[in-house]
Structures are given as C-alpha cells and as structure tokens.
Design a protein around this ligand. Sequence first.
Ligand SMILES: Nc1nc2c(ncn2[C@@H]2O[C@H](COP(=O)(O)OP(=O)(O)O)[C@@H](O)[C@H]2O)c(=O)[nH]1
Ligand SMILES: [Mg+2]
Length: 302
Amino acid sequence: MSNDASTTPKRCGYVGIVGRPNVGKSTLLNYLLGQKIAITSRKPQTTRHNMLGIKTEGNTQAIYVDTPGIHAGKQYALNRYLNREASRVFKETDLLVFIVDRMKWTDEDEIVLDKLKQFRRPVILGINKVDQIEDKTQLLPYLESISKKMDFAAIVPLSALKSQNLGPLEQEIMSRLPEQPFYFPEDQLTDRSERFMAAELVREKITRQLGDELPYRMTVDIEQFEERNNCLHINAVIYVERDSQKGILLGEDGSRIRLLGTEARKDMETLFDSKVMLSMWVKVKKGWSDDERAMRRLGYLD
Ligand SMILES: Nc1nc2c(ncn2[C@@H]2O[C@H](COP(=O)(O)OP(=O)(O)O)[C@@H](O)[C@H]2O)c(=O)[nH]1
Ligand SMILES: [Mg+2]
C-alpha cells in the first residue's frame, strides 16, 4: 500500500507518560526521541517539571509529556507541586501511556490507576524493564491478570533502556492520535529553553552522584547563558538548604564540584552541539523547598 504524503491526513496529539516515580518514564521519552532531553536517575523525584518531547515522523506528530510521577508524599510544597504537575496531564492529553515496573504492582500504581479511570482517556499500559525479568514464563499470566484492572487500549511489555519493543509501542500510540494538523514545526524537539535544559543536566549529575537526602533539597538556577566566540558561557548556581550540604557538594578542595561540572559540560556540548565553558557556584538558601515564593523565583511556576 502506498503512503502518499499528500493524501494521507496528518495525525497529531498529546501523549501523557504517567506512572509512579522511578518506573522509567523519562528514560522511555529519551529513547523514543532518540535523543536525551529528559534527565533520569535511580532516585525518585528526578523529574520535577512536565516537559514536552516532540517526535515528528512522516504524517504523524506525537507530543509526549513527561511528568514527575504521582507519589504519596504531601508534606512539602515541592511534593504538592510535583503531584499537581503530574495530575494536569490526565486532563490535557489525548492519550496516556501508563508505565509500570515489571510485575511489581504497588499502592502508588493503584493511585495512578484510579486517576486514569476518572479521566476516561485511552490508556496504553507499558510494562517496563522486562530485561530484568528472569523467569519470562511468568509474564503471560501476569499480563492476563493485569488486563482486568481496567479496559486498556493495549498492553505492551518493553524495555526503555534496552530499546526493546518500542516500535510496537509507537505503533499503538500513533494509530490513536487524532487526525489534525501539526501543532509544532517538524524540527522542534521540546518546548523547553536551552537554559532550562542546562539547569536540568547539572541537576542530573548531582542527583546521580550524591547521597539520598541532598537531591531533594537542591535546585539549580542558570544565571548566565551567552554565546561568545563560538562558545557557550554558562553560569550555574546550585541552591542547597544547609551549610553541610554545601560542603558535600564542594567535596575536598572542590574536587566533587569540579567532577560534576566536567560531566555536565560534556552533556551540554552534545546537546547544544557547541563548545561550553561552565562555571558552577553553590549557595545556601534555607527552606527553599517549602517556601512557595522562593520556589516561584527558582522556576517552579504553576
Ligand atoms: N533495567 C532497566 N532499567 C531501566 C529501564 N528503564 C529505566 N530504567 C532505570 O530506572 C531508573 C529510573 O528511570 P527514570 O527514567 O528516571 O524513571 P522516572 O522517574 O519514571 O522518570 C533509572 O536508573 C533508569 O536507568 C529498563 O527498561 N530496564
Ligand atoms: Mg522522570
């Protein structure tokens, strides 16, 4: 069958990627796009903002929305912000991809499921990390039992990290997008600024390397982002809440921050396709993660 570009109608729509933290939503987005735009790590709360990843192929444009992940904590203003961000996509997308981790169904998955039922969008269930399932014979009975939880449009076992079964997942997604013109230019990859992406890459390096407590009490602000002499000059300020956290970040004689800076700079050079000069500073700002005003100044806007 021919697929003549001039006669096939265009399809375009928003696809929310939802699920509890740490199931691999951001990893999936990066591999679907074939480029790293969303930061990932083993720690929950790595993703803090909804962000778009746009994939245009032939007559189809899928606008993926990566979300922070629904979780149970309500204690901090930051946690409440993360849940609000994640909840918006249930209402504002055409289609949802619900990601779960192998055969470990948890209470937080159940919370997401309740929300999915409420908003009545078509839902594709993606069972991620199947590369880590040792006994594959258990998968089929599991799929059968899980299919009873709600009327899923499709169920796709996959591995985001190993790029397994992403083609079939994309097929299921593409075929369900509404027929309408593209919302974004064909070459646009995301809705986020380069400044935002730079801050996220710094945050990723810190989240991956440092202890469990620090990442949640840390945020990054890009104070300068300028191109001069074919080189991007970027100044990043890392805000933490306590002097002790500042010490951890700096490391002995500043060795840790230098290492973090080198890693972040390499990723920036790949993403921006340019030479980068990166300076990083650490500042203490007490209580920013439970102070709505400070959060707004640091980019956590509603
Ligand atoms: N083994 C395996 N690990 C994965 C897979 N997808 C994601 N991960 C890992 O799971 C962790 C959480 O991933 P992330 O994308 O940040 O999860 P998110 O919080 O749902 O966005 C990271 O350490 C990923 O490398 C997968 O398919 N297989
Ligand atoms: Mg994420």
